[in-house]
Design a protein around this ligand. Sequence first.
Ligand code: ATP
Ligand code: LTN
Length: 327
Amino acid sequence: MRKRVLSGIQPTGNIHIGNYLAAVQNWVLRQDEFENIFCIVDLHAITIYQDPRILKRQIRQLAALLIASGIDPQKSFVFVQSQVSAHAQLAWILNCFTPMGWLNRMTQFKEKSKECKNEVSTGLFDYPVLMAADILLYETDLVPVGEDQKQHVEFARDIAKRFNSIYGPTFKIPEVLIPEVGARIMGLDEPTKKMSKSKERFGHAIYLLDSPDQIRAKIMAAVTDSGRDIHFDQSRPGIYNLLVIYELFTKYPRPDIERRFEGKGYVALKKELIEVIIEHLRPLQSRYQKLMEDSGQIDSILQKGAVAVRPITEKTLAAVKEKVGLW
Ligand code: ATP
Ligand code: LTN
């Protein structure tokens, strides 16, 4: 029996190389090994206000980007969270078993609520409970995510254990799957903070749909230090981040990379990295453009994904309702 993998991604804009290298690329690389479920989490997206017209468009664009990145709808279910109503229903039930103190400890909430220009919604506070519902509905074995989501997966495990201890074995306890390298890609202009979609500064992140000129400008401006040597040294976060990005795009072993740039300066690394990224993204971008010409095809993939996963969710939800005593 293959293990079941589930992960989610927010339709809050064009995805960046941090999302791609830590999450999407790994989903693609291990697609044959696992049974795969990938959820476009639009209910999570609206925990912070989204313009409705833009959100609708971004859902379709994200689906196209996932497929252009190599997610194969024949091998993976891809669907939109709000189309499968069990996610919201299970989240409500889990809410009733979640101590508020557990949510108060979540670091992402603390950070995002500081960034929030408007009032902070209850949904943002409750975000980890909905994520736990996403995971627990599917008897998920593994949750492949970047480092920033580790605490949320641990939260899902804790809720599952708590529920099981009250009602008897109900949920499978999932494991988090974090890549050994690149679990936290840093901002190019600020290599001590994670690359994030919500930072709007031009040089902060490279997006999968960036043009070659944008990629060139962003990498050339990336913050490094005043040294010259090119080594994988975590105490030099700027150059380390560029090397990790290079490593993940090329898949070359570290010693080979260090040898390749021996005696050369940072500019040589930056120039080669630019070419590597442009060449990697070129075919992905052209597949994306083709897919977007036929949005009916994308919609039908998402539709089929939702139809396929609904029975799995309904079975879990029915078992949970029975245990709790709901009708
Ligand atoms: P962002 O902070 O960029 O807005 P996010 O974490 O809010 O992103 P998603 O787009 O849903 O939201 O994230 C998709 C996946 O990308 C998740 O598995 C997340 O852990 C991962 N991820 C996000 N940023 C980074 C990063 N800088 N480095 C590595 N992985 C990341
Ligand atoms: N919270 C995640 C997105 C997400 C997710 C999930 C990831 C929502 N539901 C279930 C894994 C499993 C994020 O912001 N990156």
